[in-house]
Design a protein around this ligand. Structure first.
Ligand code: SF4
Ligand code: SF4
Length: 315
């Protein structure tokens, strides 16, 4: 037997056990959201370059950050791709523990061309930086080749239901290729694209996380079916997020922390669970729970004041 042989875990891709390679493994071991251990050592930065969204979730007030990933009620400043790159340069100069740059909003990253330009600029200048995206999944099958080309290795998809009838209760509407879908059709198109997008991402050795918003009376008895379905298609980890009652779901009470813990315990029998999510804003920078983006915002304002940089746009 070879001494110090590294044994990588395997993952089922199209029914075959496929071993993870070192790059694949790094996407978990150095990403603070995919590994709790990594969250103590490594940080991430979110770049708020994607303001538009292509769907309307019944729990989202669109003037704030996308609540599928981010802390509700917070509005991040939108950066241009060039401003985002300048921010990455500044941050990396000061914070050597930042390993990941992610686009998570404030809208749907795949619906904003600026997301791809931002990744292109970062890949060119900082080729070792891990790139990560958080998406509602609608455009994932269409954009997966581009994401692969750009070197995006970590993907989060918000998947709240694997039954289009339940999805129909969650999405007010979905717009795709200029057409607006509502009701069951909206639920069907979302589910079809989300599952196909995840499968394509797994095939390309991207590591996939699924965020599931736990919505009492809507999908509370169904989240276990979501866990079973994503386990089968090679998702690495699931992140159950409590509903924050807003918009059309304003009348639904949030689950209590105890309820969340109990459900997560049940889900963990089926699927690996993320239990250290901090519901960050779409411009968060730092170690999870110890964000420092305010320091960089302050520097930005000082530069603006001295005329060195254009004023960032507000949503
Ligand atoms: Fe809001 Fe995000 Fe849903 Fe778009 S995908 S409606 S930004 S929660
Ligand atoms: Fe990670 Fe959760 Fe923060 Fe997203 S919101 S960066 S998953 S800790």
């Amino acid at each position: 037997m070879i001494m110090n042989e590294i044994r990588y875990p395997t993952i089922k891709i199209e029914g075959k056990d496929t071993p993870w390679d070192p790059a694949h493994t790094r996407r978990v071991q150095e990403h603070p959201c995919f590994s709790e251990n990594a969250s103590h050592h490594f940080g991430r930065m979110h770049l708020a370059v994607a303001p538009k969204c292509n769907i309307q979730c019944n729990y989202c007030i669109r003037k704030f950050d996308c609540v599928n990933e981010c802390r509700p009620g917070v509005t991040s400043q939108v950066l241009t791709p060039q401003e985002a790159l300048a921010r990455v340069d500044e941050v990396l100069e000061k914070l050597h523990y930042i390993k990941v740059t992610a686009v998570a909003g404030p809208g749907e990253p795949l619906f904003n061309e600026e997301t791809f330009e931002t990744f292109r600029l970062i890949k060119e200048k900082h080729p070792h930086m891990m790139l990560c995206i958080s998406s509602n999944g609608l455009l994932l099958p269409d954009k997966i080749d581009l994401l692969e080309k750009l070197g995006v290795g970590n993907v989060t998809v918000t998947l709240n239901a694997v039954d289009p009838k339940i999805g129909a209760k969650i999405y007010e509407y979905v717009t795709y290729k200029g057409k607006k879908y509502t009701g069951l059709e909206a639920g069907e198109i979302m589910l079809d694209h989300q599952l196909r997008g995840i499968e394509e991402a797994v095939k390309r050795k991207m590591v996939v996380k699924v965020n599931t918003v736990f919505i009492p009376t809507i999908n509370d008895h169904h989240v276990i079916e979501v866990a079973k379905a994503i386990k089968k298609i090679g998702v690495y980890i699931q992140n159950l997020m409590p509903l924050i009652p807003q918009y059309r779901f304003v009348h639904i009470s949030s689950p209590t922390p105890v309820e969340m813990m109990n459900v997560q315990d049940d889900l963990s029998e089926v699927m690996r669970q993320m239990t250290h999510c901090r519901h960050c804003r779409s411009d968060a920078i730092g170690i999870l729970g110890h964000d420092v983006q305010e320091c960089f915002d302050k520097m930005e304002k000082e530069k603006e004041f001295s005329g060195l940089r254009g004023k960032p746009k507000l949503l």
